[in-house]
Every structure is written in structure tokens, then in C-alpha cells.
Design a protein around this ligand. Sequence first.
Ligand code: 9MR
Length: 372
Amino acid sequence: MGHSMQRLTTVLLAVGLVFAGLVSVFAGTADAATTLGAAAAEKGRYFGAAVAAGKLSDNTYVTILNREFNSVTPENEMKWDATEPSRGSFNFANADRIVNHARSRGMSVRGHTLAWHSQQPGWAQALSGSSLRSAMVNHITQVATHFRGQIHSWDVVNEAFADGGSGARRDSNLQRTGNDWIEVAFRAARAADPGAKLCYNDYNTDGINAKSTAIYNMVVDFKNRGVPIDYVGFQSHLTNSVPADYQANLQRFANLGVDVQITELDIAGANQAAVYGSVTRSCLAVARCTGITVWGIRDTDYWRVGQNSLLFDGAGNKKPAYTAVLDALNAGTTPPPGVIDTTAWYASVNRNSGNTAEPNSYTLNGATYTVA
Ligand code: 9MR
């Protein structure tokens, strides 16, 4: 090949490379993410699932988990009955399996749950007063210490408010130890694992109602008195519809200076796909809504058999609800630049890179975020 031919080849090659580069730039912006986790991460959020340790040997289940999700919540394995079956004797085997599975794949972990009236071991159910209170504090301290540094956010207290219009606390053995049990629980969790975000988690709080307003007032009070709280979790167990003020309700909590998460989403009924899309859009419209967790993977994994409330069918196929969520994520916007809890999406974006130390500020899609 002569010199001029060589030069022409070089020029053509260069033109080709530039053209290929342009194509990939345009393709890069036009290409929608094809998994829930990637689509959420592009919007500065995580997308998680409740996971059962017993299913980690199920190939279809694990394939979907690893492909689609970048956050996990142990469905039952971190609860009091599972972790402290007899007083002072702890068993973390199943919870550790889930945490290790998640963290070795760059997924963040929601801890669920440190103090709850339900799923207590028999010995705790039999306690009351100051002995129950000290057992609760010890339980929180031991569990949060065991997982120290590994948990993105803890559901420190779960479901402590009553249903209906009273706005009262739920009556329970923990509540009967004194009204301050919630703040004592949050302080114990903060002391044991200062790096974890602390969350109050509840259901039937999907709109502005007496129960969500009572929780709102508790957050105001905690903020005023310096009781540590970083998050409010909205479980969002829904059937066929979502209250019209769902997004406004998330936003009023965010305006108090806490982040919000959708923590246990499942939607039954014929209108499922549309409602999944709507809930996803609501989260994306609230800058401080940092992620969504669905309460299981396939319909056959769901704890209430037959309700078919999830995103994958029993064979592991994507349902219309899945497409509604993915499309909503891809159409959504990134949060405005500012101070926001970026830990979960940092982990998502850096998935499998082994780079887990989050910097103080972070750039996503050209905007700069300061870590809350
Ligand atoms: O999914 C959980 C199921 O396997 C348990 O049997 C049940 C027992 O209470 O708890 C389910 O999870 C609940 C969660 O821990 C708290 N919020 C309500 C969830 C069920 O909708």
C-alpha cells in the first residue's frame, strides 16, 4: 500500500471512529435502561426487593434478583424471633447469607426490623415493663452492632401507630413500656451503627390521613428535640388504586428534612400495572424519595398466596406491571442538585466495581450532589 493510500485509510478510519463515537453518544442518550436497578440508578435511586434466605438456592429467583435489583430487604431473617430466638443468644446465619449475597454484588441492604410488636420470640412476648425495655435496647444494640457498616438504612421501629382515625400509638407490649420507647430505640440504633440511616416504617400511610399525620407529628417532634431519624418508610401495600395525595404526602415528610422510601410495595387487583406506574412516578417526583422496594420477586414468592401482587409471574416472566415501572423509571427525572442521601445509588452505579467508599460529593448526569 502506497503512502497516499495509507493516508486515505487512516483518514477513513478516523472518520469511521468519530462517526461510531457519535452514534454511540446518541445511542447512549436514547437507550433506555433495561433493568429496574439500572433505570433507577440513572435517576439517582435504588430499586430493591424483599428477599428470603431460603430462596437463594432457586436459580430463577436468583437470576432475576441479580439482574434487576440493587437493594435487598431480608423479608423475615432480621426480625426479633429470627435473630434472638432465646434471650441473649443470637443467630445471624440467614440474615448474613442475604447480606453477603447482596453486598458481594454491590447491592445495598435495608435492615428490617429492630423493634416491632409482631414476630417477637416467645420469651420477649412474656416480658413487660422495664425488663422488656432493657431486652429491646439490648436486642437493638446487638443486632445493629453485628451488621455495623453493612446496612444502608434500618427500619428501627415498625408499625407503632394505630390504624383508623385516632392518630394514637398502637397498643403493644413495647408501647406499654412507656411512650418514649420509639426514641429510645432510635438512639440505641444510632449508638450501635452511627453510619446507618435510621427509618420509621409503617403501612396505611399512603395518603394524608390521621395515621400518617400522627407519624408526621412524631418526626416534627424528633427533629425539634434532636432525636435521630433520617427516613420515613411508606410500606405501600395497595389494591387497585393509590390515594390521589400519595405524592403530596411523601413531599410533606421530605419537607421536614427526612428522606423517604417506598419500602414494601405490592399492588393487587386488575389495575395493578397502572398503579405501579403511578407510585413510581410519585417517588421520582419527590427529590428526597431515594428508592423503591417491592415486597418479593415473583407472584409465587409473595407471602399472601394468590394475590399476584408483584412484578414477575410464577415462571419469572415480566408482567405488565414490570413494564409500567421500568417505563416510569426511564421517563423520570434525576433529583435536583443539592444535598441528598446518595449512598444507595452510589453503590448501584459502582456495582461490582469494588469501590464502596462514597465521596463527599457525587456527579450524576452532569449535576453535583452533596452526600447527606
Ligand atoms: O412477608 C412477611 C411474611 O413472610 C411474614 O409471614 C409476615 C408476618 O408478620 O410478615 C411479612 O412481612 C411484613 C413486614 O415484615 C412488615 N410489614 C408488613 C409485611 C407484610 O405485608
